[in-house]
Ligand binder design. Structure first.
Ligand code: ADP
Length: 301
């Protein structure tokens, strides 16, 4: 079930929660407390981006009675790459799934708080979730092409969303999407072969082409290189750099080196709380929070 920021009706409680990152459940929520995360200096500056695609305020996620995310407030800048880092289990994937309502598909998951996409509340009951997931596409850890041809993997989305007026236009969308994903030259002579016949790195680029084909605004990537070798990883990282000219990208990565290479902003999560977010170079060279410093210097995680 999704609710809005109205759940946090008491302003005083909201402010306390924002400052301390310690969620006080509203009357509609069960009693368990979110883990307390102690910050060395104030709450992280969520704001300050020039042009926010996403504005998240006080976003919390419960799986059953357990908090996976508590009071996360963060903006995502348009046409930039935001890297989400933190120890395993800190809520990175859960946060990513909030941005296209993939948590709706998990039984027992509840999302509270406000998530605005271009100023519109994506948790509104009027929101068409299929449309949202085209606008905010997702690439997963393990490449997951459909059991269809390379062509059909890319053509499927535009066809069901009615984006092509005829077969010539559909061919054009498939070709353009494969080019943008840096895969066209490798597959142009074998478009009818199964998507699964490609190498792991090519399959991941096929999945990116499939996402691009439905004209997204944002691409979410959940550890997209963790199943790939270093050469395939480098191709995807180069591609991410090219794609940010046209799309906003939010990438979850367990690799700090990758975050440093591909992103302009980095968010560090710990025990379901957003500890710090800022310009990537600054976060890695001059972290404001001790928790961030401990993580990037390898003291834990
Ligand atoms: P990360 O991506 O940082 O590794 P996750 O977002 O996957 O973290 O998980 C955050 C917390 O939520 C963890 O404690 C995890 O065990 C829990 N969690 C994740 N998915 C589910 C689920 N489907 N059901 C119950 N708990 C979950």
């Amino acid at each position: 079930m999704s609710t809005t920021g109205d759940d946090f009706a008491n302003e005083q409680q909201r402010r306390a929660a924002q400052a301390g990152l310690n969620l006080k459940p509203s009357s509609r929520m069960p009693a368990p407390a979110a883990p307390e995360v102690r910050l060395t200096v104030g709450a992280p500056a969520a704001l300050g981006v020039a042009d926010a695609v996403f504005s998240c305020r006080d976003v919390s996620v419960l799986y059953g009675d357990k908090y996976a995310l508590s009071n996360v407030s963060i903006d995502v800048e348009r046409k930039q790459v935001l890297a989400v880092i933190g120890p395993s289990g800190c809520g990175k994937s859960t946060f990513l799934r909030c941005l296209n309502r993939m948590n709706d598909t998990i039984a027992g998951a509840r999302v509270t708080g406000s998530i605005l996409l271009d100023g519109r509340d994506i948790q509104d009951k009027e929101q068409d979730v299929v449309q949202l997931r085209a606008q905010v596409g997702m690439v997963f850890q393990k490449p997951n092409p459909f059991p269809k041809s390379i062509f059909e993997n890319v053509a499927y989305g535009p066809r069901i969303h009615g984006l092509a007026r005829g077969s010539a236009e559909l061919d054009d969308i498939v070709c353009t999407s494969l080019r943008r994903a840096g895969l066209w030259n490798e597959v142009k002579d074998r478009l009818s072969r199964p998507g699964t016949s490609l190498s792991g790195g090519q399959q991941q680029r096929l999945c990116i082409a499939r996402t691009i084909a439905v004209q997204p605004e944002v691409i979410l990537m959940d550890e997209p290189c963790s199943a790939l070798d270093p050469v395939a990883t480098a191709r995807i990282e180069d591609l991410i750099d090219e794609l940010r000219a046209s799309y906003t990208i939010v990438i979850v990565t367990h690799s700090m080196q990758q975050a440093a290479r591909v992103s302009q902003r980095t968010a560090y999560f710990h025990l379901g709380a957003l500890v710090e977010v800022g310009e990537t170079n600054r976060v890695f060279t001059n972290p404001r929070q001790k928790l961030t410093e401990d993580y990037i210097s390898g003291r834990f995680g």
